[in-house]
Ligand binder design. Structure first.
Ligand SMILES: [Zn+2]
Length: 70
């Protein structure tokens, strides 16, 4: 008898779908603003001043979206 809770399994699957959707979705909030979206450093192009800012911001967005679901 080792069946996982069905609700847990559904939640886990839903989370996977959300992550796939997030990964594939164009990011509407990612307009060029002249600033890094994370640390607000002025930048001449793109959305972030460097890759670690992008990663931190993506983690932040993911954490926020999970809080909204839960
Ligand atoms: Zn930055």
């Amino acid at each position: 008898m080792n069946f996982p809770d069905i609700a847990d399994e559904a939640a886990e699957r839903e989370q996977q779908l959300i992550e796939v959707a997030l990964a594939n979705r164009p990011k509407p909030q990612m307009a060029y603003t002249g600033e890094c979206h994370w640390c607000e450093e002025p930048i001449s192009k793109g959305h972030y001043c460097d890759a670690s800012c992008r990663e931190d911001h993506e983690k932040f967005i993911r954490a926020q979206s999970q809080r909204g679901v839960a």
